[in-house]
Design a protein around this ligand. Structure first.
Ligand code: IPE
Ligand code: IPE
Ligand code: MG
Length: 250
């Protein structure tokens, strides 16, 4: 019976009519993946970028309209200068490639986070991806770079306070929707599914406002090993959840 159960499980497929609109992923486990193979941590980051390219393509094929990935946090500056610059080089290369291919792939790409600490060359590339995204209409990718959930909330609060001080709005008029629009994610819908590979059971300051009602999926698989099949597993798990949003149903 147990064997039958397992065999049955492997045959499960994703129901393409009930996909999440927005999937958020914490790209974690690159360093441990490399260490297990006796490679430098940066080798793990390089393979991690390849995985992430493929998962974007897969979301587009499936018809998932929004994907947000956590690539570099406001806390990740604590790492060695060597590791930080290797990650930045990989992301710079990715942005260059995206600029060349996003029109063909019909990808919208928004870098989310505090750009003030990024190198001018990165900010220049981001301005170009923003420009291209004005006329592409396919899957929207949010690439979180120097992103921190608390930083994002403080900025939104500051921008609202400034508007109030300038007489453009009144504190009592603020709604959750208005506040959401002031976050880096702007008009993105909230994530339906939040995936964290790499075995840690925490949010690490990722989309802490937006994930209020996301379904959480944690796996020990390290990000560089995260295949399309692993993504399917997360979607299948998501499709078994009962989302009640505080109501009583099912
Ligand atoms: C995620 O992998 C990538 C970044 C945080 C930039 P890690 O580098 O955190 O990998 P582990 O967690 O050390 O294995
Ligand atoms: C979260 O991973 C940040 C990113 C994946 C960009 P970390 O590896 O930095 O998180 P902690 O330190 O385990 O919480
Ligand atoms: Mg980590």
């Amino acid at each position: 019976m147990a064997r039958f159960g397992r065999a049955h499980k492997t045959l499960e497929e994703v129901d393409r009519t009930r996909l999440p609109r927005h999937v958020a992923i914490i790209l974690d486990g690159n360093g441990r993946w490399a260490k297990k193979r006796g490679l430098p941590r940066t080798a793990g980051h390089a393979v991690g970028v390849e995985r992430f390219r493929d998962i974007i393509r897969y979301c587009d094929e499936l018809g998932i309209p929004f994907l947000t990935v956590y690539a570099f946090s406001t806390e990740n500056w604590k790492r060695s200068e060597e590791e930080v610059s290797a990650i930045m080089r990989l992301l710079e290369k990715y942005l260059h490639e995206a600029i060349d291919t996003m029109e063909k792939d019909n990808l919208r790409l928004f870098v989310l986070g505090d750009q003030s600490r990024l190198a001018p060359v990165m900010r220049e590339l981001i301005a170009r991806t923003d420009e291209i995204s004005k006329h592409t209409t396919g899957t929207t990718l949010g690439l979180c770079l120097n992103y921190g959930g608390r930083d994002e909330i403080v900025r939104a609060a500051r921008s609202f306070a400034e508007d109030c001080a300038a007489g453009r709005c009144r504190p009592e008029d603020l709604t959750e929707e208005d506040f959401s629009r002031r976050l880096y994610t702007g008009d993105f819908p909230d994530p339906d599914l939040m995936i964290r590979p790499g075995g840690e059971l925490r949010l690490s300051n990722f989309l802490i406002w937006q994930n209020a009602y996301a379904e959480m999926y944690f796996t020990d698989v390290l990000w560089p090993d995260f295949s399309r099949r692993e993504f399917d597993r997360a979607l299948i798990a998501y499709q078994k959840r009962s989302r009640r949003f505080g109501d009583v149903k099912e």
